[in-house]
Write a protein that binds this ligand. Structure first.
Ligand code: ADP
Length: 497
């Protein structure tokens, strides 16, 4: 049994903007099941405090850090036995909306300082200086918001020798490097030599992400393929050199999913439950959603779904570029997402012009995401890069066959069913579960969609693919054990040091 502090800026169901929250809400539960004593450390955003209040909230202690009194509160992750420690400062708790952006969609001006203070609290707990009578063996950090924690721990224990827990840093997305000015760096009191390209400096700016990559004992990312890709200039976001340098400490562990929350057999958010044996019932979700969205109601028209942040990464350009061709095919498209104005406007316009074929819902809506997964026949995920991707895994679980670009976690989870539309006649093997395209072009995406639609016309083959998809085990058990192995390895190394 190990004591683990899991430091994250999001954890479902308390706060979520993307896949990080899903992981932080489910991996700790799997680690708890394996017998570990795990606590999540999370900012006490206003919306989190409201939800935590219902689950029971108590104040554990108060720490003076950089002239500010910071409270640590304790609650539980709703629906679990996992303890959550909340870092309560007004910069988190007195602001509405998104964890990172103000209501206008711009980053909060003081993000560097808010997440620096958050990291300082993690440091205090890690070094048993937070008066909570609990010191972790391992500190598990996630994404740039927590990147300073390994750097602070290295700095602190160099100054005053103390028992330092082993540190692991997980990259959920390399594209967010947590970049701030030299001024921000100067405010934080790091020694001058930390302003160095092997430490926190990145082309004249400070990078929080680099703190994790340079100082953690182990670095992981969320799929084996992405772990390879980020060592190359194409996917490394300028940090590939550092990752090549750290190659022996870098590995990829595929995310699991919460198999209870995303379970078509018991999902309370969908119209009609179904499982592998009752897969023929899935269509009832489609006809219900068609009626709800004002689309023509038909069991046989294939429905394509897309859910996600409307940003370049998700391949929205490819989707838009092939839209005219798609609109000529006999199918419906249901989109849920929010993001860049230009994408939101372009999609909305298409839906207005083609109300019988396309439905676009802007915004963030967890319930609707479940309904689309249950209703669609085909799920589009043409991401330009994808560290792991969860939506294609949810789709597989719901028998909604994914069309994906062969990158990162998409490469690791989806296996092509047919090589070209003529080959639809071929037998379906026992492992193929979707449609994969290799070049990030609108044409390649469109060809993959056409393969999917051709295959859809062969109900028995389609059903075989759906069953292949639904029988896969994406539970956290296997992956949690892989994290456990890394914890043991870094603890062994730190004891040997
Ligand atoms: P990323 O973390 O890059 O956004 P992932 O596929 O790893 O992408 O995870 C995205 C998560 O966020 C999934 O759980 C997905 O269902 C959810 N999601 C994204 N956009 C929306 C939305 N507009 N409404 C509801 N859920 C969304």
């Amino acid at each position: 049994m190990r004591k683990i502090l899991f430091v994250t800026s999001e954890a479902h169901p308390l706060i979520k903007t993307g896949g990080l929250a899903d992981v932080a809400g489910s991996l700790p539960r799997a680690l708890l099941k394996l017998g570990h004593d795990i606590k999540i450390l999370l900012p006490a955003y206003a919306s989190v405090l409201i939800k935590a209040d219902a689950a029971g909230l108590k104040k554990l202690t108060q720490l003076p850090i950089h002239g500010q009194d910071i409270s640590i509160l304790q609650t539980r992750l709703p629906g679990s036995r996992v303890t959550v420690l909340l870092v309560d400062i007004p910069q988190f708790s007195e602001r509405d909306g998104n964890p990172y952006c103000n209501p206008d969609g711009n980053d909060w001006d003081d993000n560097h300082w808010r997440f620096f203070l958050f990291a300082k609290v993690a440091e205090a707990i890690a070094l048993n200086q937070a008066n909570i009578d609990w010191q972790p063996d391992v500190v598990h950090c996630n994404d740039w918001q927590t990147g300073l924690v390994p750097a602070l721990l290295t700095q602190a224990t160099a100054l005053v020798p103390a028992t330092k827990p082993a540190t692991i840093f997980t990259i959920h997305n390399m594209a967010y490097r947590g970049l701030f000015s030299h001024q921000a760096f100067a405010e934080m009191g790091f020694p001058q030599d930390y302003w160095h390209h092997e430490k926190l400096e990145f082309y004249g700016q400070m990078s929080f992400l680099k703190g994790g990559l340079a100082f953690a004992d182990a670095v992981t990312t969320v799929s084996p393929s992405y772990a390879q890709e980020i060592k190359s200039p194409e996917f490394g976001c300028g940090l590939d050199g550092l990752l090549r340098f750290r190659a022996k400490d870098l590995s990829g562990i595929l995310n699991g999913i919460d198999m209870d929350e995303w379970n078509p057999g018991a999902d309370k958010l969908i119209h009609h439950n179904y499982n592998r044996r009752t897969i023929n019932q899935k269509v009832k979700n489609k006809t219900h959603l068609q009626a709800q969205l004002g689309l023509p109601v038909s069991e046989t028209i294939p429905m394509l779904g897309f859910i996600g942040r409307l940003v370049e990464q998700k391949g929205v350009d490819l989707l838009l570029e092939q839209m005219n061709q798609l609109l000529m095919l006999d199918c419906q498209l249901v989109v849920l997402g929010s993001g860049f104005d230009s994408y939101e406007q372009a999609l909305t316009k298409i839906a207005q012009q083609h109300p019988n074929k396309v439905s676009v819902t802007l915004g963030y809506n967890e319930d609707f995401a479940h309904q689309i997964e249950a209703s669609a026949d085909i799920f589009l995920m043409p991401s330009i890069f994808e560290p792991c991707g969860l939506n294609q895994i949810y789709s597989l679980r719901y028998g909604t066959l994914p069309v994906v670009h062969v990158v990162g976690g998409l490469r690791d989870t989806v296996i092509e069913a047919v090589q070209n539309s003529q080959a639809v006649e071929n037998e379906i093997n026992d492992i193929s579960n979707g449609f994969v395209f290799t070049k990030a072009t609108a044409e390649d995406l469109h060809q993959a969609i056409k393969r999917a639609l051709a295959c859809y016309q062969h109900p028995e083959k389609w059903k075989k693919l759906q069953i292949n998809a639904m029988k896969q085990d994406f539970s956290w058990e296997k992956s949690a054990k892989l994290y456990e192995n890394i914890y043991e390895k870094i603890l062994e190394n730190s004891m040997a040091a």
